[in-house]
Design a protein around this ligand. Structure first.
Ligand SMILES: [Zn+2]
Length: 126
């Protein structure tokens, strides 16, 4: 917003077209010598991005996951193109919720549960 910081082009990676949607994405090397395809020209506030998907580009051009929790309110980050790709996803950002949705889907298909049978192992009384 008016600062010189905002006017510079983000990132230092090469641009490739996504094999799924054809849109450009920026290839950036990570700290552990992997490569990630980032959404170009996009730096959302870190707290608006799910944890584990917030990438910070360091001064040497490599990207690292932003591990500060809770994130600094003004910290911006990069996101992978896959999060925004119209031909991929939605990605499984919360696997336990996905598992719960699938289990609930199976429950819904089975219909209402029958009332539970009394336990067989009830102690003998009298
Ligand atoms: Zn894509």
């Amino acid at each position: 917003m008016g600062s010189a910081e905002g006017a510079r082009r983000i990132g230092h990676g090469q641009t490739f077209n996504c094999i799924y949607c054809g849109l450009p994405q920026e290839r950036i090397r990570t700290l552990d010598d992997d490569w990630r395809m980032m959404e170009p020209d996009m730096e959302p506030l870190a707290h608006t991005v799910p944890a584990d998907h917030r990438w910070i580009v360091l001064s040497d051009g490599r990207a690292a996951l932003y591990g500060v929790a809770p994130p600094d309110m003004f910290q911006r980050c990069r996101i992978e193109h896959a999060l925004a790709c119209p031909k991929q996803g939605p990605l499984d950002l919360w696997p336990w919720l996905t598992a719960m949705r699938e289990e609930n889907g199976r429950k819904a298909e089975r219909g209402p549960e029958p009332p539970s049978e009394p336990d067989e192992g009830l102690p003998e009384v009298g």
